[in-house]
Design a protein around this ligand. Structure first.
Ligand SMILES: [Zn+2]
Length: 317
């Protein structure tokens, strides 16, 4: 006696009847690189179809995506000149972009990534002093919240930053703005194209002194538990594909929404396979559905425009 699993796979209709995980358009969060100035549209050579836009150009870029079901973006600022004070200035590139995007698309959730690596001359996410960096991050997060960000997302991996940011939001009367923390962010080799895009490659050394060791998973649960304790209401796990086990463990351990960040290197890798004729674009669907299956409530991905357009074709008759 044996089970006949193949009965579930006989044809497309049957396979769909047994499908356990479905992607929805609302699952996706689009990363957006916002450049200073106006009229900017600078394609990123290492990332197919991804550009840095000034806020004025981001609006026409987003319009068809929002019409197609885009619900959420996460912003990364690309200042013209380096300087940490730019990061928390009310005239900063992100602070200026947030109200413009909210004006153009009132229902679009605008998340602001909080870090200093695009602003610091050495491309590091910290100043050399953990607690001093947290103070800076809190100031930045506060300025994004004042500008109208729907959520702030610290991505630096300093100890205690969530607690500093929560205090600052309380101090300025904006405790209602949720903190979504990159609680488990690994020192990964999959970030290369992003650093191109955000001009944030570390000029010396690396980020292994603060981002997590890829060999650890129990520690990720500790990090997540700590961030939730400090006031984070959602958690980002980054990267996604090499860390699906972390997503899965976190899903069974915690009840907060979990977001998987399908990073630039994962995006570039998939497109390299497609361009070389070694995979069809079905590989994109497989990638995205695996992140949700592992436990992500939502997915930050450069594939978002593709997903908005194509996922239905994969999930319906
Ligand atoms: Zn950083």
């Amino acid at each position: 006696m044996f089970q006949r699993f193949r009965q579930r796979r006989t044809d497309r209709e049957t396979r769909l009847r047994y499908q356990e995980t479905f992607l929805a358009r609302g699952d996706f969060i689009l990363p957006l690189f916002i450049a200073e100035g106006t009229g900017v549209n600078r394609p990123i050579p290492s990332m197919k179809d991804i550009s840095r836009f000034s806020a004025d150009n981001a609006i026409p870029y987003l319009r068809p995506l929002v019409a197609g079901g885009l619900r959420s973006v996460i912003l990364f600022g690309i200042p013209d000149a380096k300087g940490l004070e730019q990061a928390y200035s009310d005239n900063g590139v992100v602070q200026q972009a947030i109200p413009r995007l909210k004006d153009a698309f009132p229902a679009l959730e605008v998340i602001a990534d909080v870090c200093i690596c695009s602003y610091s001359a050495d491309g590091q996410c910290y100043t050399g002093d953990n607690d001093r960096t947290c103070e800076l991050l809190a100031k930045i997060a506060g300025s994004y919240a004042r500008a109208g960000a729907d959520m702030v997302a610290p991505s630096d991996m300093m100890d205690g930053r969530v607690s500093y940011i929560a205090s600052e939001l309380k101090r300025i009367g904006l405790s209602g703005v949720p903190i979504v923390s990159y609680a488990a962010k690994y020192a990964s080799n999959f970030y290369g194209p992003f650093r191109d895009a955000a001009d944030s490659a570390p000029k010396h050394s690396d980020r292994k002194g603060y981002q997590m060791n890829p060999a650890n998973s129990a520690e990720a649960l500790d990090e997540i538990r700590a961030d939730i304790g400090e006031g984070a209401s959602q958690i980002i796990i980054k990267p996604a594909l090499p860390y699906l086990d972390i997503l899965c463990r976190a899903r069974s351990e915690f009840d907060v929404p979990l977001i998987g960040y399908n990073v630039s290197g994962e995006y570039a890798m998939v497109h390299a396979l497609i361009e070389k004729g070694l995979a069809s674009e079905d590989i994109i669907y497989e990638t995205l559905v695996s992140i949700k299956r592992a436990g992500a409530s939502r997915i930050i991905s450069y594939h978002t425009p593709w997903a908005l357009e194509k996922i239905d074709a994969y999930q319906s008759l």
